[in-house]
Every structure is written in C-alpha cells, then in structure tokens.
Design a protein around this ligand. Structure first.
Ligand code: ZN
Length: 300
C-alpha cells in the first residue's frame, strides 16, 4: 500500500514537473510575480469621472473614503461638467490631478466637436484652473470636419505641456499625432476595443502614447484568471506607459469601486514587482510629477 502511494505521489510530482516544463517559464515567472505584495502598493486611478449625478449620493468626502478603502492614493479626474472635477480637486488637492473634459451644457460625447465656442471654453477653463490634461473626450472616428478644432486643441495641449486623454480607436490617435507630433496622449481604455497587437504597434509607433487600462480588465485577465499572453507582452514591453483606471462614468461604478480596484490588483499581482509598481503608481508619479505614497491615504 505504501509503495503504491509512493508511486502515485512520484507520478504526480513527475506530471507536475512535466507540466511546468511544458509551459515555458511558467514555474519561474510565478516565483517572480509580486503576488500578495500587490496589497501594500498605492494605486493611481487614471480614469475617474465625477459627474453631476454622483455629486449628491457620493459627496467628495465619500469619494475620498472609497479611494482610501481601495488604497487609491491619487486619481486623474475629468467630469461632466468640469465643475465636478474642481469640486473634488478643491476638497482634496493632494489626491486629485484635474483634467479638463470638454463636455458641458448641451455639449456631450457625440456632439462636442461641433459645439459653438468650444475652444474658447477650453482656453478659459485652462486659464482658471491647473488642469494637467484635456479629456477624457470621445472621437468616434476621423471626421475632416473636426480637424480645425482638433488642431487647435492639440496646439493648446502642446503649448501648455499637458496631456490629451482620448477615448477612440486607432485612427483618431494617428490623426492627432499627425496634426501635432509633440503631443502626449493617454489612450483611454487602451483603445477600448483595439486588440493587444494593435495597442502594441501604436505604443511602438508613438513614444509619447500612454494608456489607461480601465475596462480592459476582462481582456487582460483570461476566464481562468491568468494573464492573456498578448496582453502580457504589450504590458511588459511598454510597462513605462500604462496606468490602471476605474472609469466611474455612472454611479454603479462608484458602487462597485472596491471590486473594480481589487480586480486591478488581481491582474497586477501576476507581474513582477518592478512592472506592477510602474503600472500601479510609478508611471503616474513620473508623468504628473507627484510623489505617490501610501501615506496619502486618509489625507487630502
Ligand atoms: Zn471615461
């Protein structure tokens, strides 16, 4: 009986050894992952909106509590209208990097490029407040009718050395860089529906293209909870250019904020410590010139 047990155990060990050998690097990579160490890292949330419907149910103090509970030390915030961003930034200036969203009044995601007075509105808000980006805004495609406005916005961003935060597929990003090669662009949702190989090609093509991974958690993580190989490749190759994000575009996202950030920690835990740290907060530190430490939790 003992012998049979031993044989079975050694067979099981051999099988697991063969399995680890048959998946190149599997055992080694796992040992190098940050794993549970991810829990202690501060997070920078690069895709927060504080839209008007959230103001009453989620006052700034509540938003900060939600960030605190998830270890989110700082957030890049843009809102419809911009007053939401300013409310949050005035309440917690050390926790908020403000970004100017064009949407206000009748101007929303589908018609903002043709809204009268848009460039004047943007210039005035940028004069009044220390926004560090223009966005997040949507470009549903390349429309020649938008080119004059987009060129002005691109020039404005470069002259102020601030980011554009763009929700679009590949083509509008190509257009923006062709209008103004000196741009710094944060690609919202890493292209939203663009596959990993397209994101990789874009990152290779444009040295000042960055991305937030909000809404891509389900692409990065496989149904088994491991990292999709194509996403691992792009995230590791361009680990200096990605940040995580929650995208609180509706109140349900605030409702589920803890879970969203936990999923982000889950996928980050499967990367090496240096890469996890960069994507969690160090890239944001570099891009926005902030010091992001866990000690910011509970402060504002
Ligand atoms: Zn968004």
């Amino acid at each position: 009986m003992k012998i049979i047990c031993r044989v079975l155990i050694s067979a099981a060990l051999t099988a697991s050894l063969l399995m680890s050998l048959s998946i190149p690097g599997f055992a080694d990579d796992r040992a190098k992952h940050i794993g549970d160490g991810i829990a202690a890292l501060p997070l920078f949330d690069a895709h927060v909106h504080y839209k008007e419907p959230a103001w009453q149910p989620y006052p700034p103090s509540t938003v900060l509590q939600l960030m605190d509970k998830s270890g989110v030390t700082m957030a890049l915030v843009s809102s419809t209208p911009d007053e939401g961003t300013i409310k949050l930034w005035e309440y917690a200036p050390n926790r908020v990097v403000p970004e100017l969203r064009p949407y206000h009044g009748q101007a929303g995601s589908s018609n903002w490029t043709t809204a009268p007075g848009m460039i004047d509105y943007l210039m005035q808000r940028l004069t009044d407040y220390p926004h560090e980006g223009i966005g997040e805004f949507h470009l549903h495609g390349v429309d020649p009718a938008n080119e004059i406005l987009l060129r002005k916005i691109a020039e404005l961003a470069v002259s102020k050395n601030i980011f554009l935060h763009v929700h679009s597929g590949k083509e509008p990003v190509d257009l923006l860089f062709s209008l103004e090669p000196g741009l710094k662009i944060i690609w919202a949702h890493a292209g939203m529906s663009e596959p990993a190989h397209v994101v990789e090609a874009m990152m290779a093509a444009y040295k000042t293209l960055y991305a937030d991974t909000s809404f891509r958690e389900g692409d990065i993580l496989t149904s088994q909870g491991t990292i999709d190989p194509a996403w691992r490749r792009v995230l590791e190759r361009f680990s200096d250019r990605f940040m995580v994000g929650s995208d609180t575009w509706v109140n349900e996202q605030w409702e589920g904020y803890g879970k969203i950030m936990a999923v982000n920690r889950k996928w980050l835990s499967q990367f090496s410590r240096p890469i996890a740290e960069k994507i969690a907060f160090k890239n944001a530190e570099r891009l926005f010139g902030r010091s992001i430490e866990i000690g910011l939790i509970g402060q504002r």
